[in-house]
Design a binder for this molecule. Structure first.
Ligand SMILES: NC(=O)c1ccc[n+]([C@@H]2O[C@H](COP(=O)([O-])OP(=O)(O)OC[C@H]3O[C@@H](n4cnc5c(N)ncnc54)[C@H](OP(=O)(O)O)[C@@H]3O)[C@@H](O)[C@H]2O)c1
Length: 341
């Protein structure tokens, strides 16, 4: 016997990946529902490459009673209205928006890092999925933190346009085309031209001059990994379709060499170490797209601080940064709490 799973936001970047990953990982499902806005009602959606089609239902009229798990990827506004309804109907919500991440009654889970936190889901029947940049970073940090205790982390991100949804991908495509044919470039989704450019601004500005994306990386890392870790983030949008990259500087309490860090990372869950000190001996976002791993390259000592390391971290933001992590949470939930059969 399997689960009844609803994917909310099924027509979006993350929702489509969720359907694909549920099929790829053979998640035990008796039934899957694709749910989106009224705009998409009746639209046929393929479940990954399975050839199986489902018709999209309207979230406004969807009855969550009898459904075991709802994977939400429809933005904070719709989530605010419908996630509590789903949870009250007895369906466990795994949410990709930022709405519940810092709620003390909602666990924020990356299964490789803090699986035990999931047990707290019963307070609201909701589990939060972290921000895409945080998810891949904590996967990389966890085994190093266990080995030598991270005191401080300084990260600069290079985030792909798919992190801003379908509209972000369309804008990069349209602007690139426009520049090639000599048309005028009109920023709509992004604040400035994104094609052949980079933008040091993701989400809204906070009072201290940081952006909300940067704030999310700080507070979410503390909630998932360790409140004592200090984090400073600069988040930048780059003209890449899929795959977020991060240059990460770490300062540890204990001594750790680059060789020790490589050995630890090679064995760590969810990580692929690709670190040859030669031309092309590292991973770029294009190569990470469509894959579930968090890739680590360029591990080296940072002699500007005591016990310092620098590394490069790349992952598919739609997968480990969103859909894959959500499905891994559903698997963990199934193993620990919702056993069927
Ligand atoms: N992209 C990432 O890397 C990433 C990573 C982590 C978390 N997230 C989060 O995941 C969520 C979805 O992101 P995305 O990139 O997939 O966005 P997207 O491509 O723009 O898709 C948005 C989805 O939400 C649905 N939706 C929007 N408003 C709705 C409403 N009022 N009622 C029902 N459905 C509604 C859309 O349905 P229609 O097609 O019918 O409009 C569509 O299926 C967001 O909360 C985002 O912050 C994204």
């Amino acid at each position: 016997m399997g689960y009844r799973v609803a994917v909310v936001g099924a027509t979006g970047n993350v929702g489509r990946e969720m359907l694909a990953i549920l099929a790829e990982r053979e998640f035990p499902m008796d039934e899957v529902a694709a749910v989106a806005s009224g705009r998409s009602t009746g639209t046929e959606i393929e479940i990954g490459d399975s050839g199986k089609m489902v018709k999209c239902k309207n979230l406004e009229h969807f009855d969550f009673s009898g459904w075991d798990i709802a994977l939400f990827a429809c933005g904070s506004e719709a989530t605010k209205t419908y996630a509590p309804k789903a949870a009250a109907a007895g369906c466990v919500v795994i949410d990709n928006s930022s709405l519940y991440r810092m709620d003390p009654d909602v666990p924020l889970v990356v299964p490789e890092v803090n699986p035990d936190a999931i047990d707290g889901y019963t307070k609201k029947n909701i589990i939060a999925n972290p921000n895409c940049s945080t998810a891949q970073m904590v996967v990389a940090l966890k085994p190093l933190h266990d080995a030598a205790t991270i005191k401080r982390c300084v990260v600069s991100t290079y985030q792909s346009v798919s992190g801003a949804g379908k509209a972000g991908m369309d804008e990069l495509f349209e602007q690139s085309r426009a520049i090639f044919v000599g048309d005028q470039v009109e920023p709509r989704k992004f604040t400035k031209q994104i094609a052949f450019n980079v933008i040091p601004h993701i989400d809204v500005f906070m009072d201290d001059g940081s952006t909300k994306e940067e704030w999310k990386m700080v507070v979410e890392t503390k909630k998932i990994l360790d409140p004592k870790v200090k984090v400073s983030a600069t988040c930048v949008r780059v003209p890449v379709f899929v795959g977020h990259s991060e240059a990460i500087n770490l300062e540890f309490e204990k001594e750790i060499t680059a060789k020790q860090a490589q050995d630890i990372l090679r064995e760590a869950p969810g990580i692929m170490l690709v670190d040859k000190r030669e031309d092309g001996g590292y991973v770029t976002p294009v190569e990470s797209a469509g894959d579930g791993a968090t890739y680590i390259s360029r591990v080296r000592e940072d002699s500007t601080v005591d016990n310092g390391l620098t590394l490069w971290c790349v992952s598919d933001n739609l997968r480990k940064g969103a859909a894959l992590n959500a499905v891994q949470i559903a698997e963990l939930l199934g193993r620990r709490h919702l056993q069927k059969g």
